[in-house]
Ligand binder design. Structure first.
Ligand code: IMP
Length: 205
């Protein structure tokens, strides 16, 4: 009878973060245990745009990780994020990145504020889904932060819709917070914490 072996133990640096978004890398890097550095797509020579065509946040997150895993033969994690606004029936959702038809954050924010003009209900949430592919297994981890859409953009830190998102329990937008303050309370921080708890329990040395 074969001996029962320990599960494979890995280092975080064995995992590639499958994103081209430097802002996401910066936030995730800040939340890594000290001494760990993130490897990105450039480190494996992946310079092409990753596919995001499934129509859902969960599906796109999985699609990006699967693409990198299959094409480059590496364990990796990816993430996809959407802003879901209650008064807009959950829009922009999976279309968050190109809500206005372009990827220009200012144009996206302008359209969002226009669609919410005269709207009393400003409730919204960011949702992030991380997909981790390790060995041949796929795992997903979701993080949500609830809040509201501000009347006008404020602050110049962060990225994307940060100037108009005020998380519950705060009176400032994400764009008025330093990355160190935003990262752990954000959608991305919550999803990343769930993924690292899983890795700590099952894989990390
Ligand atoms: P994707 O996940 O790269 O497809 O990004 C979706 C869209 O959400 C992009 O327009 C991003 O700028 C925006 N976004 C993602 N994460 C954040 C965030 O933490 N704050 C503000 N906007 C974000």
């Amino acid at each position: 009878m074969g001996a029962i072996t320990d599960p494979v133990r890995i280092e975080m640096s064995d995992l590639i973060f499958a994103t081209a978004n430097e802002n996401k890398v910066k936030e995730v890097q800040l939340m890594m245990p000290s001494g760990f550095a993130i490897k990105g797509l450039r480190d494996i020579g992946c310079l092409e745009e990753l596919p995001e065509t499934t129509g859902t946040i969960e599906g796109n997150s999985r699609q990006k990780a699967m693409y990198v895993h299959e094409k480059y033969g590496v364990d990796c994690f990816s993430e996809d994020t959407g802003l879901e606004v209650a008064a807009l029936d959950g829009e922009p959702g999976v279309d968050t990145a190109h809500y206005s038809g372009s990827r220009d954050p200012e144009a996206n924010i302008r359209l969002l504020l226009m669609n919410l003009r005269n709207e009393g209900n400003r409730a919204a949430q960011f949702k992030t889904v991380f997909t981790l592919i390790i060995g041949k297994n796929v795992h997903q981890f979701t993080g949500i932060v609830t809040g509201k859409i501000a009347e006008i953009p404020t602050g110049n830190m962060g990225f994307g819709y940060d100037p108009v998102f005020i998380p519950d329990g705060y009176s400032t937008t994400f764009a008025e917070m330093k990355t160190e303050e935003k990262a752990p309370i954000s959608h991305r921080g919550k999803a990343f914490a769930a993924m690292t708890a899983f890795l700590t329990q099952n894989f990390w040395k």
